[in-house]
Design a protein around this ligand. Structure first.
Ligand SMILES: *Cc1c(COP(=O)(O)O)cnc(C)c1O
Length: 385
């Protein structure tokens, strides 16, 4: 009754969304701020003015949305928290300027970056070569590898939680395979510089696709978008869920050379012709047209993160440096499960992974100042017990 391939399915377990009680939710790296007011307005107006657009199929290729995404990347350099804002204008920081114009044919848009990633796995990796990925990274990668029957080669991190780039490269060469990782990485929060990634891609096999997942880049990483003019095998995956305050909207995209965008589009057209609904296209477009708002949100989150890291260190926790909207930290003398449970009892959800090697840590999403003050109070009491 059940297919053979079901044996390879080990589904991803997302952060819990409990209904029993109202928690302060710091467990899924969502943004604590709502979308820009312009998005709320545009979404309401879209539905009101165009009821027939809900009856008809949406643009299968999200053309207008992709143009807006490209425009936003050109305006922010792909790192919102450093973009400078004056009034409603947004300019990339000097170090983030992209040395060419990102065009809509370099963007593929889909139903959340999880779906986009699934198409990327399908399009570029297969069962013949062991795909190289870090041991602790986004846990959806091994899930897709199982789904598509792609063998993996899992490379342990360095002792300081950075990627072992030399080992990843040498294994990718030996395997004749592609590479995937998140930059900055999750759940560790550490990132590679653009120069470090450039050095990696340079010595990797140029016939294999090299995937960099920039889900958290807007909070202070270095985007690899500028490298697209140098490498035809680079695929950058990004999402609206974290820095664009839209996890409920389900929008994700890749930035890559048009040839690879076309390949992913072929996969899409073989599975689901219309992954991005009409309302999400309108809302996503409005979001991209107001990057200044999200730049402010990202800056607030980054400030709060740095403040929280200081707090944890002062309270004796081990904290991994973070360029993201979360911190990965450990309280000496208390297991991660217990820390998670005791914080939960106080009405705050954080994320604990029981995976061996990181079981002593918890991943804490950065919330508003008010939420973080509440968490600090709870953590302070955790100390004194
Ligand atoms: C959150 C996250 C995603 C998924 O984002 P969606 O667009 O919500 O599917 C992808 N990659 C990484 C590394 C993430 O942390």
């Amino acid at each position: 009754m059940i297919s053979e391939r079901m044996k390879n399915l080990h589904p991803y377990v997302p952060g819990e969304q409990p209904k029993d009680r109202v928690y302060i939710k710091l467990n899924a790296n969502e943004n604590p701020y709502p979308p820009a007011p312009e998005v709320i307005k545009a979404t309401g107006a879209f539905v009101k003015k165009n009821p027939m657009k809900l009856a008809l199929y949406p643009d299968p290729d999200s053309l207008s949305l992709r143009a807006s995404i490209a425009d936003m990347l050109n305006k922010t350099g792909g790192v919102l928290c450093r973009a400078s804002v004056s009034g409603k204008k947004c300019e990339p920081a000097q170090e983030d300027k992209i040395p060419f114009v990102v065009t809509p044919d370099m963007i593929y848009a889909g139903n959340g970056s999880d779906e986009v990633l699934s198409f990327v796995f399908y399009a570029f990796f297969d069962s013949a070569n062991r795909l190289v990925l870090p041991e602790f990274t986004y846990s959806f990668y091994p899930v897709y590898a199982g789904f598509y029957n792609i063998p993996t080669d899992v490379i342990p991190l360095n002792a300081d939680w950075t990627l072992d780039t030399a080992e990843m490269l040498s294994r990718a060469k030996a395997n004749g395979s592609g590479i995937i990782f998140a930059n900055p990485n999750a759940p560790t929060g550490r990132g590679l510089t653009r120069d470090e990634v450039r050095a990696m891609i340079k010595s990797a096999d140029s016939d294999k696709v090299f995937v960099v997942d920039e889900a958290y880049c807007d909070f202070g990483g270095e985007s690899c978008i500028p490298l697209l003019s140098e490498f035809r095998n680079l695929v950058i995956v990004r999402t609206f869920s974290k820095s664009l305050c839209s996890a409920g909207m389900r929008l994700g995209y890749i930035v890559a050379n048009p040839e690879l965008v076309n390949t992913v589009t072929t996969v899409k057209n073989s599975l689901n012709h219309f992954p991005v609904d009409a309302v999400a296209q309108a809302a996503g477009k409005a979001a991209c047209e107001n990057p200044w708002y999200y730049a402010e949100c990202a800056r607030k989150v980054a400030c709060e993160r740095d403040d929280f890291i200081r707090f944890l260190s002062e309270n004796g926790w081990n904290v991994i440096p973070s360029q993201t909207n979360f911190v990965f930290a450990q309280k000496p003398g208390m297991g991660g499960e217990e820390v998670y449970q005791r914080i939960k009892q106080e009405g705050i959800l954080v994320r604990h992974f029981s995976t061996k090697g990181i079981e002593d840590y918890v991943r804490i999403t950065i919330g508003t100042k008010k939420q973080m003050n509440e968490l600090k109070r709870v953590i302070g009491r955790l100390q004194s017990v």
